[in-house]
Design a protein around this ligand. Structure first.
Ligand code: FES
Length: 104
């Protein structure tokens, strides 16, 4: 039972927003940020939520899986010089991350 509890703990990820007044949020791994982050609880804004509009462009610190090809193409257009730019609606939450909003 204890092992089960530890397992659940390790599948929780903390999303924090350094440089902002928003408190961090803890979510189960692989949850889609666009379903949990709102204008009330984060500095991140969403539009399409499908990786097309670029509204959710952010800078991410944390070891998460790299972008898929479609996301990569968007990032090359929107933020070609920012190596850790991501689309918040597309990223796979696998560990604790820090997020900062990027202006387009
Ligand atoms: S909300 Fe449109 S790209 Fe993420």
């Amino acid at each position: 039972m204890e092992e089960f509890g530890l397992n659940i703990m390790s599948n929780l990820c903390t999303v924090s927003f350094p440089g902002s007044d928003y408190p961090s949020i803890t979510l189960p791994a692989h949850e889609n940020l666009s379903e949990h982050l709102t204008i009330q609880n984060s500095p991140v804004l969403f539009g399409c939520r499908t990786g097309i509009c670029g509204t959710c462009l952010v800078e991410v610190i944390g070891e998460i899986p790299p972008p898929e090809l479609d996301e990569l193409e968007m990032l090359n257009t929107l933020a070609p010089n920012i190596f850790n730019a991501r689309l918040a609606c597309q990223l796979d939450l696998t560990t604790n991350i820090e997020i900062g909003r990027l202006e387009q």
